[in-house]
Design a protein around this ligand. Structure first.
Ligand code: ADP
Ligand code: MG
Ligand code: MG
Length: 889
């Protein structure tokens, strides 16, 4: 006998660990049944069967027979046969994948009803209206889900029936109205699907199962998975479950509830109940629901039993649960549970509440919150107490709270913002042409596209607030307006507010308040429950983590703020800004100087200024290590623009002016012009070609450190050489810096402890890290450049132009600038760590690219054994939290 797979499991044979096979819904239904909770019996067709079906286009061998066997068992247990004309068993056919995909997949209720069994149901229940109501629901769901008929045909007909009767409530339709609606629905099916509604109950069931399988591949499901990074090939399970009826009059009803408030995290149950309702009625907003407290007035015994079960479930899952239930004539039934989704605030609060209640320990609490959630809590937010006029909800593409005047093209965005106006750029979708407008806008709102759309990718890259895919908006860029479907019209210049953390779009200005959590990190006393939860979890993360967290800070102000946020040093202090502003003149002098003496004179003027800068940074970071990167960008970035300078010279020529200095400058600028500056004369190359530049910087650093130490402070400079590809480059500049160090120590009679190391930001450096480690005391992975150099693309060019296409086509699941590309760039990092430590076991290792503040990347850096991560001040708390979580896994 050929072995046939087990495609079907009874609820009694599953449990919550079998999510992959039975889907989340099926696994949890099984778990609840096994806990002895009142769950209508049923069985689950596995995701494996779905995968086989999707692969071959037909049901796998044995599936149909196994379904028959399990159906027979179910019929036996219920004492009724599916669709029996006298006393029909009815079932629901419910989708349920391993990951919850809300609203993406299909479910059909009341399978088994037909022209005959509806009569049987009416007789058995002694409620003809209920039977008719159930039948019309089946026709509606079967028509739209299984037969792919536009749902509006049915809902329009239903609304029509209510209009004709002059009522607004479904419950006001009587038996005769429903009977005629059933005929209308059948006609709709005949007209749009070209068939009669199938009367055979088993055929109904088989077609519904197939439809659930197929719903895995609907466009919206595919899109949703791509956005949520759910793998494409999992398939969905199908649950067949005996129906229970919340639509059997006012002693029946259906509801949803949470064991805690999923918005605030408050302890205490939370839920909605709707009498005489089936399935999704309760969340569809067709009638006003009541709270659980009011449900108690309606049906105390069901209410009390529900609360008992909620508490059982929460203790069993040791987490907040989200529950669907139905009451049929005073008898409570559980239809679904899962660990509930929650807001970031609720996540932090629930985690610590559960520790206090003895349900979990602090390690587990730390696992249950994330850096993303913390980052979310750190954004300025709309005042929760303010009155708001919600226009639409789109996708939460890039967090933040933005308020501004709606503009519909980039040119207006630029013009208005130059006049000091805050603007929100509104487009159907954005293209690279819109980039300029996105840069000046407070926020970006689109009506199309998901989290990988151009708008979303670019906005996230720039840290700009963005809501995308707000489909209820009809954007007419030419007219300069958008219309909210069935509602208001917003024209150019009207103020709107968008919330990039929730996807909400509001009319008018919603007041923005600073984040409680940021105020807490800044050292302000804040009386808000989320702050206490965050503080406790941060403390635990700090006690747990192995890696240190430093910050990227160029100024004393940034350094001081980062220190308040918990930074334990500076991992990257860029020196570029020390050449800007009024100091440009000095850089120009350096460039036009003739001979070494001229250069030296120019550098001598820069020295005291830089020393002053470093002194301030050392003071802010007193006692903590400070890594200073010597000048990295090409020098012409500090020089006048070549075109402007050429024009000025041409004008001078015509007027017969001499302008000797300018002429020299132009010649220098022309000489230094590069077609690919990113790959040109910069970093260590500059230090080799103009040695005085690096030695001046090294002197400024060491003299500042000496002065700081003499004044009783503690300075630990780490001098970092950028863009090294070969150990020879490092040796050349290192030799000179050491010479400077000896000079400074001799001149000032003060020892200055310091380190000299390098960035690893070129593939060649990573590949020859063993050799470089022989000359370096530390490595800092510059993962931004390393990503650019490994992929061979420049971030500024590619992110705005084709990254959205790459994300959509699945070249990468997330921008490699947001989250480290583990397979490519990560492999280089890993290799360099191993080779470097082999040669130099004391080699100190860190990362200073923005990846140092990205949760997924932090886990990787912990795993390969870096000593610290460094990121922008605002990301420091996120990095502390994630470094703690990484240490747990
Ligand atoms: P979703 O995954 O979209 O929530 P469900 O499979 O949970 O879809 O079903 C949709 C609605 O129908 C839910 O409200 C659910 O509680 C209800 N429902 C599903 N099966 C049954 C059943 N056997 N008896 C009564 N109501 C059911
Ligand atoms: Mg459900
Ligand atoms: Mg770099």
């Amino acid at each position: 006998m050929p072995q046939v797979n087990t495609w079907v499991y009874d609820f009694a044979d599953g449990d919550k660990s079998k999510k992959d096979l039975l889907g989340g819904k099926g696994a949890n239904l099984a778990e609840m049944s096994n806990l002895g909770l009142p769950v209508p019996p049923g069985f689950t067709i596995t995701t494996e069967a779905c995968r086989a079906y999707l692969k071959h286009g037909t049901e796998p061998d044995g599936l149909s027979d196994q379904v028959s066997d399990h159906l027979a068992t179910l019929e036996g247990a219920m004492g009724r046969r599916l669709g029996d004309p006298d006393d029909p068993l009815l079932v629901s056919v419910r989708s349920g994948a391993a990951f919850s995909m809300p609203g993406m997949m299909e479910t059909v209720l009341n399978i088994g009803l037909n022209d005959e069994s509806v009569v049987g149901l009416a007789r058995q229940s002694e409620d003809e209206r209920f039977a008719m109501d159930s039948y019309r629901r089946l026709l509606q769901m079967f028509g739209s889900t299984v037969l792919d008929i536009e749902g509006e045909h049915f809902s329009d007909a239903l609304d029509g029936a209510k209009d004709d009767k002059g009522v607004t409530d479904d419950l006001d339709l009587d038996v005769d109205d429903l009977r005629s609606l059933i005929e209308t629905f059948k006609a709709i099916i005949k007209q749009h699907a070209g068939i009669d509604f199938p009367q055979d109950p088993r055929e109904q069931m088989d077609r519904a199962i197939r439809a659930v399988f197929d719903s895995w591949n609907t466009d919206r499901a595919v899109l949703y998975r791509r956005q949520e990074r759910i793998p494409e090939d999992l398939g969905t399970a199908v649950n067949i479950q005996a129906m229970v009826f919340g639509n059997r009059g006012m002693t029946s009803g259906s509801g949803v509830c949470f064991t805690r408030d999923p918005a605030s995290g408050d302890q205490g149950v939370y839920g909605d109940y709707l009498q005489n309702a089936q399935g999704e009625d309760v969340v569809a907003g067709i009638r006003n629901t009541v709270s659980l407290a009011d449900m108690r007035e309606i049906d105390q015994s069901s209410h009390d039993e529900l609360l008992e079960i909620m508490s059982t479930l929460e203790r069993h899952y040791r987490d907040m649960c989200d529950i669907e239930f139905t009451v049929e004539q005073g008898k409570l039934w559980m239809l679904q549970t899962r660990v509930g989704k929650r807001t970031p605030e609720a996540a932090f609060r629930i985690a610590v509440h559960m520790v206090d209640e003895g349900l979990i320990d602090m390690d587990e609490a730390l696992r249950r919150v994330s850096g993303e959630q913390l980052a979310n809590l750190m954004f300025p937010r709309f005042d929760a107490k303010a009155a708001k006029d919600l226009l639409a909800v789109g996708m939460n593409a890039s967090p933040g709270a933005a308020v501004g005047k709606a503009v519909f093209d980039w040119a207006t965005a630029v013009e208005w913002s130059e006049n000091g106006e805050d603007v929100i750029l509104v487009r159907k979708e954005t293209t690279p042409d819109d980039l300029h407008g996105m840069m000046v806008a407070k926020g970006v709102l689109t009506s199309r596209g998901g989290k990988t759309s151009h708008a979303a990718v670019v906005a996230r890259g720039m840290g700009r607030t963005c809501v995308c895919g707000a489909e209820a908006l009809d954007v007419d860029t030419r007219a300069g307006e958008f219309r909210v479907r069935g509602g208001k019209t917003i024209v150019e210049g009207d103020v709107i507010s968008i919330d990039g953390s929730t996807g909400e779009v509001f009319d008018g200005e919603v007041p923005v308040v600073a984040s409680h959590v940021v105020r807490h990190f800044e050292g302000t006393e804040v009386d808000h429950p989320v702050v206490e939860a965050v503080a406790r979890l941060m403390e635990h993360a700090d006690a747990t983590r192995r890696m240190r967290v430093r910050t990227n800070a160029d100024t004393a102000d940034d350094a001081a703020r980062a220190r308040r946020f918990g930074a334990e040093g500076i991992g990257l202090c860029r020196t570029e800004h020390m050449f800007l502003g009024e100091r440009r003149q000095l850089v120009e002098n350096l460039i036009v100087a003739e001979g070494e003496t001229g250069q030296e004179a120019a550098l001598d003027e820069l020295l005291p200024l830089q020393r002053q800068d470093f002194l301030k940074v050392f003071a802010a970071m007193d006692g903590l290590p400070v890594t200073i990167r010597l000048i990295d960008p090409p020098l012409h970035e500090f020089l006048p623009d070549i075109t402007e300078l050429s024009v000025a010279m041409a004008v001078a020529d015509v007027r017969g002016h001499r302008k000797k200095r300018e002429r020299k400058l132009l010649a220098a600028v022309q000489r230094m012009h590069e077609s690919n500056p990113m790959l040109g004369l910069r970093g260590v190359r500059l230090g080799i070609v103009i040695p005085g530049l690096f030695t001046m910087q090294a002197r400024a650093i060491l003299e500042a450190a000496a002065e700081c130490i003499r004044g009783g402070g503690r300075a630990e400079p780490e001098i970092m050489i950028p863009l090294v590809a070969s150990v020879r480059e490092l040796d050349l500049v290192k030799g000179r810096i050491e010479e400077v160090a000896r000079e400074v120590e001799a001149e000032l009679g003060q020892e200055v402890p310091h380190k000299i190391g390098t960035m690893i930001e070129l593939p060649r450096a990573a590949l020859t890290a063993g050799e470089i480690a022989g000359s370096a005391e530390f490595f800092s992975f510059g993962t931004n450049d390393l990503t650019q150099m490994t992929w061979g693309f420049s971030r500024d060019d590619v992110e705005a132009s084709f990254f959205s296409t790459y994300l959509e086509q699945g070249v990468f699941p997330v921008s490699p600038f947001e989250s480290l590309d583990l397979d490519g760039v990560g492999a280089l990092v890993r290799r360099a760590v191993t080779a470097g430590r082999e040669v130099n076991p004391d080699l100190h290792l860190g990362v200073c690219g923005e990846h140092g503040g990205d949760p997924a990347s932090i886990h990787f850096f912990d795993e390969v054994g870096l000593d610290y991560v460094s990121c922008s001040p605002f990301r420091v708390p996120v990095a502390r939290l994630e470094a703690g979580r990484a240490a747990l896994s």
